[in-house]
Design a protein around this ligand. Sequence first.
Ligand SMILES: [Zn+2]
Length: 414
Amino acid sequence: MVVLFFLVFWFLALAALWLAKKTLFLATWREPYFSDTPVLIESDDWGPGGDFHAERLQQLLGMLAQHRDVVNRTAVLTADTVLAVPDVAEIEAAATAQYFRRMLDKDFPIIYHAMQQGIAQDTLVPQLHGLEHLNGKAFAALCHQQDERLTNARSTKGWWDWESLDSPLQGHYVDGRSLPTTAIAPSEANEIVSTAMDCFTKLFGYPSLSTVAPCYLWNDDIEYNWQQHKVIAIQTAGYRCTGRDESGHYFQDPPLIRVGTANRFKQIYLVRNVMFEPTDGKNTPQSAFAEAEIAYRQALPISISTHRYNYTRSAEQCQQSIAGLDQLLTQISSKLPKVRFLASPELGEFLQTNPSDIVNHFNQMRWPTLTRASTYRKVGAFLSRLYYRHPKLALIGYCTGLIIPAWLICKTST
Ligand SMILES: [Zn+2]
C-alpha cells in the first residue's frame, strides 16, 4: 500500500515537473552524452615568450607523454596559441601610429620548434587563441601617445611579456583603451581573423578548426568571421563576454553556454569545466579531480583549464604545476573509466561530423572514434545534469523523495 502510494505520488510529481519544465528537460536531453570519458587539457597563451619557455614546455609535455588512455594515446595539451607580439621598437620608430608585429616562427624560433616537436610527438595540438593577445591598433596609438600604461613595454629591451599589460588592454577583439570597451569595426575584425587564420595554417600546416578568444571577449561579428575561415567549434568557459563596462566588469551574452550548443553560424560551443590554475593558489589536484568527477557523472567531456603562466613563472611554481597536473591525470586515469585523451579541435570535429576516426590533422595520427552514452547511462547522466545545475530541482527531488530512484539510476548507470 505504501509502495503504491509512493508510485502514484511520484508519477504525479513527475507529470507536474514535466508540464513546468518540459523545455528545459528536452534541451538537456538533446545535449551530447559520452560513454567514453574524453579528457582535454586546455592551456591558453602559448606562443612568443622567453627562450626558457621552450624548456618549460618540454618538461610539461614530457610529463604528459607518461600518461596513456584506453587506446594507448598520450595525454595531449591543446595549446591555445597567440601568433605574434608587438614590435615595440618598430612601432615607436614609425612616423604615424602603425602596428608592427614579431612573429612566433621568425622571431621566437626556439619556442616554435618546441611546439613543433610536441606536435610530432602527439603531446601538443595547437589551437588559435589570437593573432596577438591585445588589440594592435589600440596598442600602436597608445605607444605614440606615450601612454603610461605602456611604459613597461617601451622600456623593456628584448622580449617583453604582454601578460604584464593592464587587463583591459589584453583583449584582442575589443578596444580596451577606455572603459567601457568598444567592439572593433567589422573591417578590422575581418582583417585580424583572416591574417591570423592564414598565419596559423602556414605555421602549423592545417587550419584551426576551433578557437578561444583572448580574455573570453568576442561577439557575433567575430563568430561570423571565424565561420568564414572554417572554424567549427568555439572554446568557452561556459559563457561569452562581449565587452567590459565602465567599472571593468565583463558583460556576458549569453551568460550560460552548454557543451554542444550551436550558435547562429552552426558553430559548436565547447566548455571548460575543470579549473587547474595552481599558481593562483585557488586550485589543487584534489579540487580539480572533484570537478572532473562531477563532469564524469554527467557524461560530459572533462575539459581542464590550465594557463601557460602556471608553467612559465618561477621554476618552483612550474614544478609544482607539472607535479599537480601529473597527479590529477593519474587520478582521472585510475578512478574514471574509458578515459580518452583528446584535443579540442578533435572534440569539435566529432560533435560536428561524427567521424569514423578521431584524426589529429597536425600529425595525421588516427584514433578510434568516441562512443556516445547508451540510453540507460544517458538517463543517469541526464538526472545528474539536472541535479548539479538546478538547485531548485534538486530540492524538489529531496522533498518528494524522487531523489531515491534518481540516485539509484545514477549509481547503477555509471
Ligand atoms: Zn589568453
